[in-house]
Structures are given as C-alpha cells and as structure tokens.
Design a protein around this ligand. Structure first.
Ligand code: PMP
Length: 366
C-alpha cells in the first residue's frame, strides 16, 4: 500500500491534516454556521426549473466570466448597503468565498510574500495562505476579541504584509469590527486588505459594512458568501466586491469556466428569491440574542455576537462538554481559544435541544 509519505508531496504539506469539521449524522447539527431553514417548496420548484433550463445546454461551457450572475450579486449588495454603487465590473464570484480567498492569495500572495491575520479568526485563512506558498503572520485580537485600531496598525507596520485579513463579524468569536479599525488598517497597509464579511447579513444595524469604504480604496477587497444568511451552503457560491482592477487581477489566476452553468443558474434563482431566503435572518438574530442572554444567565462567559453563532465558555475540559453534547445528539464546534466552544444558531426547536443538553452536561460535571 502506498502512503502519503511515499509520494513526492511538497515538503510544506507534509504532516498536514485535511481541514474540516466532522460531518456526522446527528439530530442537531449546530457546528458549521449554516442557515437552518431549507428552501421553500416554491423556491425548490424554481431551482429545479432553472436547472432544467440549463440542462439542455450542458454540452457547452458556461459563461466564463459569469457576467449575469455578477450583475445580480452587485444589485443585491446595493440593497444590502445602499449607496455602495456596485456594478458587475466590481464584483467577482467563485465556488464559495473560500475559493474567492484562494484566488486572492494566488494573485496577491505567493512565495516570498506574507499575509497577516488577527487570531482567533477563521482558521482557513492561514491554511489557504500556506497552501498558496505565502507566509502566514499571526497577530492577535484584543482580550475581548475586538481589534483596537492602534494595535492593529502597529502589527501591520511591524510586519508589512502583502495581504491583511480582517474578519467582520469574526468567526469564531462573532465580533463585528467598527469602520475606524478597518480604515486605520487600510491607511497603514502596504498591500491588499481583505475584509471577510461571510456573516455580514447578520450584523447589527449600527455596524456598517466595509462595502462603504470601497470608494477611494482600490486595495480593499470585501468578501461575501451565499452559504450563511442566504441559506445556500450547498450551492457553493462566494463573491467579492473590489476595484475593477482587482477583478482584472483575479481573472489571471481563476481557472476558465470555474463556475458551472448549474451553479450560475441556481445562484441567480436564489438571488431572485433573496427576500424570501433572507427572511429568516431576523428570527436568527433574535434567537442569537436570546441564546447569549440564556448562556450568560447560566453564569457562562459569552462573546458578543453579530453573527449566527455564539462563542461561549470557559471550560477547563471543553472536549468533555463537546462530547457530552454530542452524546445527546447535539453537534457543536470545538474551535477558537482553548476552553471556548462555538454553537451555531438554529431553529427555536434546535436551540431548545441545545439548552436542554447543555444543562444536562453542566449538571453532570458538577
Ligand atoms: N469566511 C468565513 C469567516 C467563514 O466562516 C466561512 C465558512 N465557515 C467562509 C469564509 C467560507 O465559506 P464559503 O466557502 O462557504 O463561502
């Protein structure tokens, strides 16, 4: 039998583990920050029809530049952030925002270059960075998981990275970044600044999107996804907004026809039903706030969240709490700083199951 060690694998990939949360068949899956509400019957029918429409043309390659889809995405962003003034030339799409990030690293990172992030944050950022041959530089967030502008600027000035990652709301902490922190980093950064807004639609009204900073900042990239609030994780559609020149750069590294005709048709149909799909966001926000209050009522520490998940703790043996919940059918995520756990916000029924299971586990460990 051949093992990985027998292959002439890149040295820097040796000893790595594939990324991924456990995909287990459990009654309550609260571990990957999906939207718990499946598409309505009406939308399922429309999606089926959209796929039927393209099915007869699948002998042909799709639109390589996904222009119609990018127009629809730009229109959505202009409703999300009025005044953003986005057009298809300033929007780019790929298979999940992970692929958008990968293309960004391929275009602006690479051997001899570096990318800086403020941890704890999304653990794929260092992985995508490393796989692209870019050096990862780890700075840290503040004690409360925020990012004080002066500290952020100091880290950027010290390391002078080619790419800075900011995540807002941040995964796994839920923390939203106020615009001044982003503006300070933009002013100090010598290269590109990526604001990962995968969870932006869940943010509170008083936290504007970094989309409002695009004008006058040609090195700013704001990434979004249809995997979270848009309830389309299975579609694999992520996108970004940036200066048209940034899109030109990404065209140099994208594979031709990377977005299948089926993906483009499904994503466009979902966007046409955007209001319906995002209809669950208010309920999820409410459920999130209730969850934060309940966890605090139980005497636990909880990070403020602008997202559809909550980071809570602290547990000297977090693995035991995670396992105890799993034994009761509730799968959450063991991620972030030691002693903390992250739970995604689900339906009221799922949250009730989580609360009951956690109560049980905590009682047992007393
Ligand atoms: N950014 C952040 C902060 C995330 O949490 C995730 C998903 N967990 C992604 C990007 C990637 O999502 P997708 O590839 O599904 O768009």
């Amino acid at each position: 039998m051949t093992s990985l060690n027998d292959l002439p694998l890149r040295d820097d990939l040796r000893g790595r583990e594939p990324y991924g949360a456990p995909q287990l068949d459990v009654p309550y899956a609260l571990n990957t920050n999906e939207n718990p509400y499946p598409p309505s019957e009406r939308l399922v029918k429309a999606l089926g029809e959209a796929v039927m429409d393209v099915a007869g043309t699948l002998n042909r390659y799709p639109d390589r530049n996904a222009v119609a889809l990018r127009e629809d995405l730009a229109a959505f962003l202009n409703t999300d952030t009025p005044g953003a003034g986005l057009t298809a030339e300033r929007v780019w799409a790929a298979n999940g925002s992970n692929e958008v990030l990968q293309q960004t690293l391929l275009a602006f990172g690479g051997p001899g270059r570096s990318a800086l992030g403020f941890e704890p944050s999304y653990s794929m950022h260092p992985i995508i960075t490393g796989v692209s041959g870019t050096r990862w530089v780890n700075a840290s967030r503040d004690e409360d998981f925020g990012l004080e502008p002066a500290r952020a600027v100091a880290a950027v000035e010290e390391h002078r990275p080619d790419i800075v990652f900011l995540t807002s709301p941040n995964n796994p902490t839920g923390t939203a970044l106020p615009l001044p922190a982003i503006e300070a980093v933009l002013a100090a950064a010598p290269g590109m600044v990526v604001v990962d807004e995968a969870y932006a639609e869940f943010r509170r009204a008083e936290t504007p999107s970094a989309l409002t900073l695009l004008d006058g900042h040609p090195r700013l990239i704001v990434t979004r996804t249809m995997s979270k609030a848009f309830a389309m994780a299975g579609t694999r559609l992520g996108y970004l907004a940036a200066d048209p020149a940034v899109v030109d750069a990404l065209l140099l590294v994208r594979l031709p026809y990377h977005l299948s005709a089926v993906t483009q048709a499904v994503a466009r149909t979902a966007l046409a039903y955007g209001e319906e799909l995002l209809g669950g966001v208010d309920a999820l926000r409410g459920e999130r706030d209730n969850l934060v209050a309940w966890l605090r009522g139980e005497g636990l520490r909880v990070a403020d969240s602008d997202a559809n998940f909550v980071l809570f703790g602290t547990f000297p043996d977090r693995r035991a709490v995670w396992q105890g919940l799993l034994d009761r059918g509730v799968l959450i995520r063991e991620v972030g700083p030691p002693e903390w756990l992250r739970v995604s916000v689900g339906t009221p029924r799922e949250m009730a199951a989580f609360r009951a299971a956690l109560n049980d586990v905590l009682k047992e460990s007393l």
